[in-house]
Write a protein that binds this ligand. Structure first.
Ligand code: DGT
Ligand code: CA
Ligand code: CA
Ligand code: ZN
Length: 575
């Protein structure tokens, strides 16, 4: 599927045009941005539309005129868009890398290029160290400092990619292997199967006796940029998304053991193998062998754990943090599943970056299998998000009442994502907050505080007794922004005291709380809310990353606020 590649190109063209001095540029920017959004959120592969209906089919898509349809056709035929190539000559910037740094948007990236000739992060780093950036108009000492921190974070990520970027690509490749008829089974193992928030590479396993043909197909997949090593049982490729992928073709008798081995984690495997040795077995990626080196029959991964006296456990638990002992005691909990999630407590239907209508958002939530969603728009202090004031919320709630009258089997709850101001007070009147079903309170600005101040700020907000959910409790953005300093234990205590649920934000670059913080929080008497924080229809699909994270924190359905039906959740939220 080429949708994302084309959407990214259009996005970048818009970025470059936004600073270009050509007379038509300003006007074109919006057109490219709109087209990027249309294509980026399209469910059907754009190449299918083109194949079936040609340029006319493309032009039926919202915001795609003749010129843009021509670009799409050009890309599908040649793999390039000439307009992009020309602009890139004028602005030879690694836009994705530079805008991946906190504090740098497209405008700043291009200003850095125009003034200092900076094209990539390495050059930016040099310029910051030479104090060239801080003296640039519109930048200053503080922003240079922030960028430097951002660069350090990006470097520390060592090329690990967000699961949310990598998993869809892995699934796409697995699907194509299966469709080919060359494999009896194929699946993703490694850190992606364990739902780690980032992955170093993608490990794919295929069950097949046609190794050579499978590898030929694999290396020619559209997701692949180049082949690193190719053999009939193991092939490594470099993917267009910027990480490697290993495909291993495995014989049926080895499949369960290979799946167990390549799922990892490495430390989990070491613990399991130690148990195997103690019981007189040998365990490796080829199979389980007894003391006479005879292979023990195993049909499924479960059989391996069973022979070793252990209960099977979900891959998300396999991090060598106590799950092996639990499995020996047969006490593996039943973890929450995506299908348990009945509603969403945190979504946006108005404000900056929201392009889909309220009705469309409701349709998408229903499509995701939900029974209710709370619309929690931003509040007035968040100017860039077009936050709403008290009067706007009260009138918006009338719209929601009308909408609810028309809905059957689905409920739209009233809420806000209320900003926790610098002093810990909330950004709306008490009366307005009391009229709501779902008050999500979040910190969105003034991150630079001492741990003591930040902790007091958040606790003060929770102690108002008006908050239902603490939104993205640490504020971290993976590979981009560190968590703000905060004493989470004290915050969890305050959440318990005030019956506030802790959010597990499902945005692939947030996943906040993360797995280890969830573990810490679960010893308090608190609930968790797995929210999509949807700003558009396609975001509801990200709930699975929140669920994966919750499972990595060993949470069961009973701990999840929105794994309850509407009657029950309204009872819990009433106070
Ligand atoms: P990643 O790729 O860094 O996100 O993390 P993983 O867990 O996918 O690691 P990867 O790709 O290096 O290896 C895949 C699995 O293979 C790993 O989870 C466990 C297994 N494995 C790799 N190397 C070793 C090893 O030296 N010993 C053992 N016992 N297992 C290993
Ligand atoms: Ca891996
Ligand atoms: Ca690997
Ligand atoms: Zn939000």
């Amino acid at each position: 599927m080429e949708n994302k590649a084309i959407a990214d190109l259009f996005e970048e063209i818009a970025d470059m045009l936004s600073v270009d001095d050509a007379p038509t540029a300003r006007f074109e920017v919006r057109a490219y941005q709109k087209a990027a959004l249309t294509i980026g959120t399209l469910q059907e592969p754009i190449e299918d539309i083109y194949r079936k209906e040609g340029v006319e089919g493309l032009m039926k898509l919202p915001g795609i005129g003749k010129g843009l349809a021509g670009h799409i056709e050009e890309y599908l035929k040649t793999g390039k868009i000439r307009k992009y190539v020309d602009l890139k000559k004028k602005y030879p910037i690694d836009m994705k890398q530079l805008t991946g740094i906190e504090g740098i948007g497209a405008k700043k990236a291009i200003a850095l290029y125009k003034n200092l000739g900076i094209r990539n992060v390495a050059e930016l780093k040099k310029a910051i160290d030479a104090h060239k950036v801080s003296s640039l108009e519109g930048f200053g000492e503080k922003s240079a400092e922030l960028m430097k921190k951002g660069i350090a974070l990006q470097e520390a990520s060592k090329g690990r990619l967000l699961l949310g970027e990598a998993l869809p690509v892995a699934e796409e490749m697995v699907e194509k292997l299966k469709e080919s008829g060359l494999v009896k089974d194929a699946l993703v193992a490694g850190s992606a199967r364990r739902w780690r928030e980032t992955v170093g590479d993608l490990d794919i396993l295929a069950l097949s006796d046609k190794g050579t043909e499978v590898m030929d197909l694999f290396t020619s997949l559209p997701e692949v940029a180049s082949t690193v090593v190719k053999g009939p049982t193991k092939t490594t490729v470099w993917l267009k998304i910027g990480i490697e992928s290993d495909l291993r073709v495995i014989a049926p008798e080895s499949f369960p053991a290979a799946l167990q081995y390549f799922t990892g984690s490495k430390n989990h495997n070491i613990e399991v193998r130690t148990i195997a040795i103690r019981k007189g077995y040998k365990l490796n990626e080829y199979g389980l062998f007894d003391s006479k080196n005879k292979q023990v029959q195993t049909k499924r991964e479960e059989d391996i754990y069973d022979k070793l006296g252990m209960q099977w456990m979900p891959p998300e638990m396999r991090e060598a943090i106590g799950e092996v002992k639990l499995a020996q005691e047969r006490k593996i909990p039943k973890l929450v599943e995506l299908g348990d999630i009945k509603g969403d407590m945190h979504t946006h239907a108005r404000g900056e970056g929201v392009t889909d209508t309220l009705e469309e958002m409701v349709g998408a939530a229903r499509g995701a299998g939900l029974e209710y969603m709370a619309v929690t728009n931003h509040t007035k202090s968040l100017g860039i998000e077009k936050g709403m004031d008290d009067a706007q919320f009260m009138s918006f709630f009338k719209t929601l009442d009308k909408l609810n009258d028309t809905l059957k089997g689905f409920t739209v709850l009233k809420g806000a994502e209320v900003d926790i101001l610098k002093n810990g007070s909330l950004d709306l009147e008490n009366g307005t907050l009391k009229a709501m079903d779902s008050v999500v309170a979040s910190v969105h600005s003034n991150f630079k505080m001492s741990e003591e101040e930040m902790t007091a700020r958040v606790i003060r907000a929770l102690d108002t007794g008006l908050v239902h959910i603490l939104g993205h409790p640490t504020g971290r953005i993976i590979n981009k922004r560190e968590a703000y300093p905060i004493n989470l234990e004290k915050v969890f205590e305050a959440a318990e005291r005030n019956n506030v649920a802790l959010e597990i934000n499902s945005f692939p670059d947030r996943l906040d709380l993360n797995d280890t913080n969830i573990m810490k929080a679960s010893s308090y008497k608190v609930r968790f809310a797995i929210d999509s924080d949807s700003h558009r229809m396609s975001h509801f699909a990200d709930l699975r990353y929140g669920v994966g994270t919750a499972r990595r924190g060993w949470l069961t359905k009973g701990r999840i606020l929105n794994a309850t039906h509407i009657e029950e959740v309204t009872k819990i939220l009433k106070r």
